[in-house]
Design a protein around this ligand. Structure first.
Ligand code: COA
Length: 276
């Protein structure tokens, strides 16, 4: 691709990859260019070993104002069905990559979060918002249904009455209400947001990465299974994880049972000594 594309950017610091929507002047709405760049960044980063947690944030006053009404909808539709489907593949594609990402992911919702933004919001494993952030399914305000997965996101995450109210009114809610409605895990004052997200990332960085990947995938998979199917899936999933990291699991047992150096109920084993 020949275009200069800094619509999404990243930096890696102390084991955390900070990936940003970077169109602050457009409130970080998602154009086809941005969606392609996000896909490339996820590809570039996924198996690097210089970080263990990915945080998705927005530059400026927005997290993301959803799909770009001009570039994603109007201009793409004007080019015909092929271009529309391509734009959908590019956006849904990086959200799907993120849902099943190798590393744990946290959405750090610093500001506006609208419509299509619920796709990547849901794709992140965890989400922390600023009290000052504002969320809405604004689609109803400009005359469409919440597509691109947004309807599914609110039905998956929220109680039905709240999901219905949210989608039908298009009203803004703040970070605290988003937490009460379970769109995000919690909400803190904007001034504390980065510290809170960093602290959460540090908790994850202490865990066994193979177990984290297996766990986050299992949570999403079993949500749609019967109990018996889930029970069976989880046996297989743990056995598959063992083939990547049986030593870590054995070391976790050893440090508790033999060495008595930690208690699993109170914290993680020292994974730096896995091969000791
Ligand atoms: N699509 C296209 N352009 C958008 C956009 C979107 N989703 N959101 C913001 N922009 C553009 C504006 O057109 C404006 O462009 P300009 O400077 O060339 O005029 C620029 O970003 C700044 O937006 P503005 O509306 O002036 O900023 P604001 O701070 O006053 O308001 C919002 C911020 C997010 C409340 C407002 O931009 C908005 O309602 N955006 C649309 C949100 C939406 O419904 N998204 C759902 C899409 S599925």
């Amino acid at each position: 691709m020949s275009e200069t594309n800094d619509t999404a950017i990243y930096r890696i610091e102390d084991g955390i990859a900070w990936v940003s929507f970077n169109r602050p002047e457009k409130r970080n709405c998602m154009s086809p260019t941005l969606n392609r760049r996000m896909g490339e960044i996820l590809d570039e980063l996924e198996f690097r070993d210089d970080f263990g947690v990915l945080v998705l944030k927005g530059e400026g006053a927005a997290w993301s104002a959803g799909m770009d009404l001009k570039e994603y909808f109007r201009e793409t539709e004007a080019k015909g069905l092929g271009a529309t489907r391509q734009a959908q593949r590019d956006s849904y594609g990086w959200w799907r990559r993120l849902r099943w990402y190798q590393k744990p992911t946290i959405a750090m919702v610093n500001g506006w979060c609208f419509g299509g933004g619920y796709g990547p919001l849901y794709s992140c494993d965890l989400a922390i918002a600023a009290d000052e952030a504002r969320f809405a399914l604004s689609e109803i305000n400009w005359g469409i249904l919440p597509g691109g997965g947004a309807t599914k996101v609110v039905v998956d995450l929220m109680p039905l009455r709240d999901a219905m109210y949210h989608a039908m009114t298009g009203e803004l809610i703040d970070g605290q209400k988003a937490a009460a409605w379970r769109l995000v895990n919690e909400s803190v004052p904007l001034a504390q947001l980065e510290d809170r997200v960093t602290a959460l990332a540090r908790v994850l960085l202490e865990k066994n990465p193979v177990a984290l990947k297996a766990t986050k995938d299992a949570i999403r998979r079993v949500k749609e299974m019967t109990y018996d199917n889930a029970e069976d899936f989880l046996v297989r999933a743990q056995e598959a994880a063992n083939s990547f990291d049986n030593d870590g699991r054995k070391e976790g047992i050893r440090q508790f049972i033999d060495e008595k150096s930690y208690r699993p109920g109170l914290g993680a084993y020292d994974k730096t000594r896995v091969h000791a």
